[in-house]
Design a protein around this ligand. Structure first.
Ligand SMILES: Cc1ncc(COP(=O)(O)O)c(C=O)c1O
Length: 319
């Protein structure tokens, strides 16, 4: 006898049994070994965004941009989502496309790590590889050109200029941090890529905790190996960026980020990517400044993605 169509979820289903509802609400982890030399009143925390279902912080904005597109009608049923991404947002779109039944086409620089490309293909995304010399900006130009040529076929979320990107962090990341620190957060540090994480989180934190200080982080120069991060002076500034939200702007050389990424794995048991290492290195600098000034502090940063995406990189073997 053919099964009858399911009309109601089974009795054991709860409100969070859908993949799309398991994005966010990530743990806030203390980093006791990395911060061991700091006085007791200064604590360092990482928001464990690598534990999102897609393995990165970008699950949050990807879901928000898809939902906003559906709500506004910009992303109609039957349309294909097209975008350019160095990886994590693409992985999030590919995952959501599978879970929410929409096709995904991604323009990705050919030098994205093989693990990332394989992951995108595993989720069933359609990939267009672009010239690595053109970087993510080049991939973005091509995605935009396709969406403009055939607007009836494609939805282009344009994460660099889509307010829903930062809004995702305003609506979810920041309230979680406020609750997880009982409002005691003194400093927030985030690296800049599309800038959504920093802008959305800092905007809400500034409203809720006016004394909190917010710090941006960028690679030290245009040639760096910190995937996901941008050296803004030599890149197109994202439309959603708001530099006014920052109290300080910091840089982190690739080497220092790699040293911290290894330390996070070996001293804290946290297998995360190099942008997380850069974030923690900068957050530690902020915490040390607080300690030097004799102040108490609760410094929070973001562990952006899982280190399993970078296992073939040489820096794991360096001492
Ligand atoms: C690994 C990684 N770190 C950091 C970032 C930066 O986050 P945002 O785009 O919110 O600035 C990204 C963005 O793609 C990323 O993939």
């Amino acid at each position: 006898m053919p099964a009858s169509p399911q009309t109601a979820p089974p009795a054991f289903a709860d409100a969070t049994d859908r993949l799309t509802d398991r994005i966010g609400d990530t743990p806030l982890l203390r980093l006791p070994h990395v911060a061991a030399h700091l006085p007791g009143g200064v604590t360092l925390y990482g928001k464990a965004e690598h534990l999102n279902p897609g393995g990165s912080v970008k699950d949050r904005p990807a879901r928000a941009m898809v939902r906003a597109g559906r709500r506004s009608g910009a992303f109609a049923e039957g349309q294909t989502l097209v975008d350019a991404t160095s990886g994590n947002t693409g992985i999030a779109y590919a995952m959501l496309g599978a879970a929410m039944d929409f096709p995904v086409r991604l323009f990705v620089p050919e030098n994205a790590t093989p693990e990332r490309l394989a992951t995108l293909r595993a989720y069933g995304a359609d990939l267009v590889l672009t010239d690595p010399m053109d970087g993510t900006d080049g991939a973005r130009r091509q995605a935009r050109a396709l969406a403009e040529a055939e607007p009836e076929r494609f939805f282009y979320p344009d994460q660099y200029n889509n307010p829903a990107n930062a809004q995702a962090h305003y609506d979810t990341t920041a309230p979680e941090l406020i609750e997880q620190t009982n409002g005691q957060l003194t400093d927030f540090v985030a690296g800049l890529g599309t800038t959504g994480t920093f802008v959305g989180t800092a905007r809400r934190l500034r409203e809720a905790i006016p004394a909190a200080r917010c710090h941006t982080l960028q690679p030290g120069g245009p040639l760096h190996a910190l995937e996901g991060l941008k050296h803004l002076p030599t890149a197109e500034t994202p439309g959603i960026y708001d530099a006014e939200l920052a109290d300080t702007h910091r840089t982190c050389p690739t080497e220092a980020a790699h040293v911290m990424t290894r330390r996070l794995a070996r001293a804290e048991g946290l297998l995360v990517g190099a942008s997380a290492g850069a974030n923690v290195a900068a957050a530690l600098e902020v915490a040390e400044e607080r300690a030097d000034a004799g102040q108490e502090a609760c410094v929070v940063t973001v562990l952006c993605d899982t280190g399993t995406r970078y296992l073939n990189e040489d820096f794991w073997g360096e001492s």
